[in-house]
Design a protein around this ligand. Structure first.
Ligand SMILES: [Fe+2]
Ligand SMILES: [Fe+2]
Length: 169
Protein backbone atom coordinates (compact mmCIF):
# COMPACT_ATOMS: atom_id res chain seq x y z
CA UNK A 1 0.00 0.00 0.00
CA UNK A 2 1.41 3.37 -0.97
CA UNK A 3 1.83 6.05 1.66
CA UNK A 4 -0.36 9.10 1.13
CA UNK A 5 0.41 12.56 2.59
CA UNK A 6 -2.47 12.00 5.03
CA UNK A 7 -0.84 8.75 6.26
CA UNK A 8 2.41 10.67 6.77
CA UNK A 9 0.61 13.36 8.72
CA UNK A 10 -1.11 10.79 10.90
CA UNK A 11 2.23 9.04 11.57
CA UNK A 12 3.90 12.34 12.54
CA UNK A 13 1.01 13.33 14.81
CA UNK A 14 0.96 9.90 16.43
CA UNK A 15 4.71 10.08 17.05
CA UNK A 16 4.43 13.51 18.68
CA UNK A 17 1.41 12.48 20.75
CA UNK A 18 3.45 9.54 22.09
CA UNK A 19 6.26 11.92 23.00
CA UNK A 20 3.76 14.16 24.83
CA UNK A 21 2.39 11.13 26.72
CA UNK A 22 5.93 10.15 27.78
CA UNK A 23 6.66 13.72 28.90
CA UNK A 24 3.46 13.86 30.98
CA UNK A 25 4.44 10.53 32.57
CA UNK A 26 7.86 11.99 33.42
CA UNK A 27 6.21 14.96 35.18
CA UNK A 28 3.89 12.70 37.18
CA UNK A 29 6.59 10.27 38.29
CA UNK A 30 9.38 12.72 39.16
CA UNK A 31 9.87 15.16 42.04
CA UNK A 32 11.94 18.16 43.09
CA UNK A 33 14.18 19.74 40.43
CA UNK A 34 13.60 16.80 38.09
CA UNK A 35 9.86 17.52 38.08
CA UNK A 36 10.54 21.20 37.35
CA UNK A 37 12.77 20.22 34.43
CA UNK A 38 10.27 17.64 33.14
CA UNK A 39 7.43 20.20 33.37
CA UNK A 40 9.44 22.83 31.47
CA UNK A 41 10.27 20.34 28.69
CA UNK A 42 6.65 19.21 28.50
CA UNK A 43 5.15 22.72 28.24
CA UNK A 44 7.68 23.82 25.60
CA UNK A 45 6.97 20.73 23.47
CA UNK A 46 3.19 20.88 23.90
CA UNK A 47 3.17 24.61 23.05
CA UNK A 48 5.19 24.05 19.85
CA UNK A 49 2.95 21.12 18.92
CA UNK A 50 -0.32 22.99 19.47
CA UNK A 51 1.00 26.15 17.78
CA UNK A 52 1.91 24.09 14.70
CA UNK A 53 -1.49 22.39 14.66
CA UNK A 54 -3.29 25.71 15.06
CA UNK A 55 -1.34 27.52 12.36
CA UNK A 56 -1.03 24.75 9.78
CA UNK A 57 -3.81 22.20 10.39
CA UNK A 58 -6.95 23.42 12.15
CA UNK A 59 -6.97 26.82 10.44
CA UNK A 60 -6.38 25.40 6.95
CA UNK A 61 -9.05 22.73 7.34
CA UNK A 62 -11.58 25.32 8.51
CA UNK A 63 -10.74 27.67 5.66
CA UNK A 64 -11.02 24.92 3.04
CA UNK A 65 -14.31 23.52 4.23
CA UNK A 66 -17.57 24.98 2.98
CA UNK A 67 -19.30 23.66 6.11
CA UNK A 68 -18.54 24.35 9.74
CA UNK A 69 -16.23 21.48 10.69
CA UNK A 70 -17.19 20.95 14.33
CA UNK A 71 -14.66 18.14 14.55
CA UNK A 72 -12.02 20.85 14.06
CA UNK A 73 -13.60 23.64 16.13
CA UNK A 74 -14.04 21.20 19.04
CA UNK A 75 -10.27 20.49 18.94
CA UNK A 76 -9.48 24.23 18.95
CA UNK A 77 -11.76 24.69 21.99
CA UNK A 78 -9.96 21.82 23.78
CA UNK A 79 -6.62 23.53 23.11
CA UNK A 80 -7.91 26.75 24.67
CA UNK A 81 -9.07 24.78 27.75
CA UNK A 82 -5.65 23.08 28.02
CA UNK A 83 -3.90 26.47 27.85
CA UNK A 84 -6.13 27.77 30.68
CA UNK A 85 -5.43 24.64 32.77
CA UNK A 86 -1.69 25.04 32.20
CA UNK A 87 -1.75 28.71 33.21
CA UNK A 88 -3.37 27.63 36.50
CA UNK A 89 -0.88 24.79 37.05
CA UNK A 90 2.01 27.21 36.50
CA UNK A 91 0.76 29.28 39.46
CA UNK A 92 0.96 26.28 41.84
CA UNK A 93 3.74 24.63 43.82
CA UNK A 94 4.72 21.66 41.64
CA UNK A 95 4.97 19.44 44.73
CA UNK A 96 1.44 20.25 45.95
CA UNK A 97 -1.48 17.78 45.83
CA UNK A 98 -3.43 20.44 43.89
CA UNK A 99 -0.80 20.36 41.15
CA UNK A 100 -0.80 16.54 41.05
CA UNK A 101 -4.60 16.40 40.79
CA UNK A 102 -4.74 19.16 38.18
CA UNK A 103 -1.96 17.63 36.14
CA UNK A 104 -3.66 14.22 36.18
CA UNK A 105 -6.87 15.82 34.83
CA UNK A 106 -4.94 17.72 32.17
CA UNK A 107 -3.09 14.55 31.11
CA UNK A 108 -6.39 12.73 30.57
CA UNK A 109 -7.85 15.67 28.62
CA UNK A 110 -4.76 15.84 26.40
CA UNK A 111 -4.84 12.07 25.78
CA UNK A 112 -8.50 12.29 24.66
CA UNK A 113 -7.75 15.40 22.56
CA UNK A 114 -4.87 13.64 20.76
CA UNK A 115 -7.00 10.59 20.04
CA UNK A 116 -9.76 12.79 18.59
CA UNK A 117 -7.25 14.56 16.32
CA UNK A 118 -5.94 11.28 14.95
CA UNK A 119 -9.20 9.35 14.62
CA UNK A 120 -11.83 12.05 14.06
CA UNK A 121 -10.20 15.22 12.75
CA UNK A 122 -7.75 13.76 10.20
CA UNK A 123 -10.33 11.51 8.48
CA UNK A 124 -12.46 14.66 7.98
CA UNK A 125 -9.67 16.11 5.81
CA UNK A 126 -10.49 13.62 3.02
CA UNK A 127 -11.85 15.57 0.08
CA UNK A 128 -11.50 18.87 1.97
CA UNK A 129 -7.74 19.47 2.13
CA UNK A 130 -5.53 18.81 -0.91
CA UNK A 131 -2.48 16.49 -0.87
CA UNK A 132 -0.27 19.52 -1.42
CA UNK A 133 -1.72 21.27 1.63
CA UNK A 134 -1.26 18.10 3.70
CA UNK A 135 2.41 17.92 2.61
CA UNK A 136 2.89 21.47 3.91
CA UNK A 137 1.26 20.40 7.20
CA UNK A 138 3.70 17.46 7.50
CA UNK A 139 6.72 19.73 6.88
CA UNK A 140 5.59 22.24 9.48
CA UNK A 141 4.71 19.61 12.07
CA UNK A 142 8.22 18.20 11.68
CA UNK A 143 9.63 21.51 12.91
CA UNK A 144 8.00 21.03 16.32
CA UNK A 145 10.88 19.19 18.10
CA UNK A 146 13.38 21.85 16.99
CA UNK A 147 11.12 24.70 18.09
CA UNK A 148 10.71 23.05 21.51
CA UNK A 149 14.44 22.41 21.92
CA UNK A 150 15.24 26.06 21.22
CA UNK A 151 12.90 27.25 23.96
CA UNK A 152 14.11 28.86 27.17
CA UNK A 153 12.81 26.70 30.06
CA UNK A 154 11.63 29.75 32.00
CA UNK A 155 9.00 30.67 29.39
CA UNK A 156 5.40 29.98 30.40
CA UNK A 157 3.17 27.85 28.20
CA UNK A 158 1.48 30.99 26.81
CA UNK A 159 4.87 32.59 26.05
CA UNK A 160 6.07 29.38 24.37
CA UNK A 161 2.88 29.32 22.31
CA UNK A 162 3.36 32.93 21.14
CA UNK A 163 6.99 32.29 20.32
CA UNK A 164 6.24 29.12 18.34
CA UNK A 165 3.39 30.82 16.42
CA UNK A 166 5.73 33.67 15.55
CA UNK A 167 8.47 31.27 14.37
CA UNK A 168 6.00 29.30 12.27
CA UNK A 169 4.77 32.54 10.73
FE1 LIG B 1 -3.98 19.65 19.41
FE1 LIG C 1 -2.02 17.08 18.71
Amino acid sequence: MSTTPLHELKAELNHQHRQITAMMQAVRTSGGPLRVEAFEQFRAFLAAHEAAEQTCMHGVARAESSQDLTVVSDRVAEEVDAADALAHLESLDLESPEFSDGFASLSEAIRAHAEAEEYRELPAYHGVVSDEEVRVMVDRMRRVPHLAEDSDGSLTFAQNLDRARHELG
